[in-house]
Design a protein around this ligand. Structure first.
Ligand code: F6P
Length: 361
């Protein structure tokens, strides 16, 4: 009698980013070709498991062509709302964890690969611990703030897009003698601003990790003008605070607060202090959609293959990571416990300072 094939569940959770489909392709291809497993896609993160029957997509290898590798978003859908342990309903918060675990068991799944950021990975670990689920996590987030990994899927593409935005803003800034302010994402960390600011030739990079003095920013821009250059590029991370230490955010119709607006605040102050013409661009979700960069495709593919190998070797409760030019895995607890923001004594802050970029301090 042939041994029944193992069943692997796969889900994407949290905000989408470029490269998620490349992960899906790698997981399905390797799990099927190398180990003969069936891979079941769970729709919209763990939400798909709440329903009876669970919302799923069978993932067959013949659909895993290179078109998927290039495609933005996630074919499984995702959600960044509603912690299943305290899920908001019109009548209050309810714990849906038992329903999710029941859904997982109902599908007859032997193991799970969850692709998510720090929040999603913490939730998935709690569910896995409670339900005895063999879980391996893959880090994804444009913010690149997941601990224990140098790179998360989606970050490289977001940096490329923000860099391209600076490339496009520079000629129009020069044509009109303007200061261009570009607000980029990064909920708590300034990695996108720092990396694309260096790559895109920003004059000022403001990140939540370095408190800024607007007088220093204005002085830097004025010096550039005195020295004969008629334009400046300023990149601001959305998590930068106002003078009083407040993050600028808006409450949306789902009652969630989301960051946005610090670019306008900084831009107004620069306009006043430098008597300059300022324009502000908020890049927003453009950073998350579209085709993944080559680097994201490579990292996503390597992480997908490695996650499958971990499970095949009987390893679980691990997160795949990218470190020292290698794909490795670490205990999930280690990844969740260590948040990764911009290192103040790290090489990129030194690079920016070496290039004479004003970091606001
Ligand atoms: O965490 C990823 C991220 O894109 C942040 O950079 C941003 O603040 C947030 O998600 C936006 O969330 P939403 O998709 O709910 O607008």
């Amino acid at each position: 009698m042939t041994k029944p094939s193992k069943k692997l569940g796969l889900l994407t959770s949290g905000g989408d980013c470029a490269g998620l489909n490349a992960v899906i392709r790698a997981v399905v291809t390797h799990a099927t070709r190398r180990y003969g497993w069936d891979v079941i896609g769970i729709c919209e993160g763990t939400h798909g498991l709440i329903y009876d029957p669970p919302h799923i997509v069978p993932l067959s290898i013949d659909k895993m062509d290179s078109e998927l590798l290039r495609r933005g978003g996630t074919i499984l859908g995702t959600t960044n709302k509603g912690d299943p342990f305290a899920f908001p309903t019109p009548t209050g918060k309810v714990d849906l964890s038992d329903d999710i675990i029941r859904g997982f068991k109902k599908l007859g799944l032997d193991m799970l690969i969850g692709v998510g950021g720090d929040g999603s990975l913490s939730i998935l670990k709690r569910l896995a611990d409670k339900g005895g689920i063999k879980l391996v996590g893959i880090p994804k987030t444009i913010d690149n703030d997941v601990g224990a990994t140098e790179m998360s899927v989606g970050f490289s593409t977001a940096v490329d897009i923000a860099t391209e935005a600076l490339d496009r803003l520079q000629p129009t800034a020069a044509s009109h003698n303007r200061v261009m302010v570009l607000e980029v994402m990064g909920r708590d960390a300034g990695h996108i601003a720092l990396n694309s600011g260096i790559a895109g030739g920003a004059d000022v990079i403001l990140m939540p990790e370095i408190p800024y003095d607007i007088e220093k920013v204005a002085e830097h821009i004025n010096t550039i003008r005195k020295n004969g250059r008629n334009f400046s590029l300023v990149i601001v991370s959305e998590a930068v605070t106002t003078k009083t230490g407040k993050k600028i955010s808006k409450v949306f119709s789902d009652q969630q607060k989301r960051l946005g607006g610090i670019g306008d605040y900084i831009g107004q102050q620069i306009a006043e202090k430098c008597q300059a013409e300022v324009r502000v661009t908020v890049l927003g979700h453009v950073q998350r959609g579209g085709q993944p960069s080559a680097q994201d495709r490579v990292i996503a593919s390597a992480m997908g293959v490695h996650a499958v190998d971990c499970l095949a070797q009987g390893k679980h409760d691990r997160m795949v990571c990218w470190r020292y030019r290698r794909v490795e895995d670490v205990p999930l607890t280690e990844a969740i416990a260590t948040y990764r923001d911009v290192e103040l004594d790290g090489p990129l802050v030194a690079t920016a300072r070496g290039l004479g970029i004003c970091l606001g301090d």
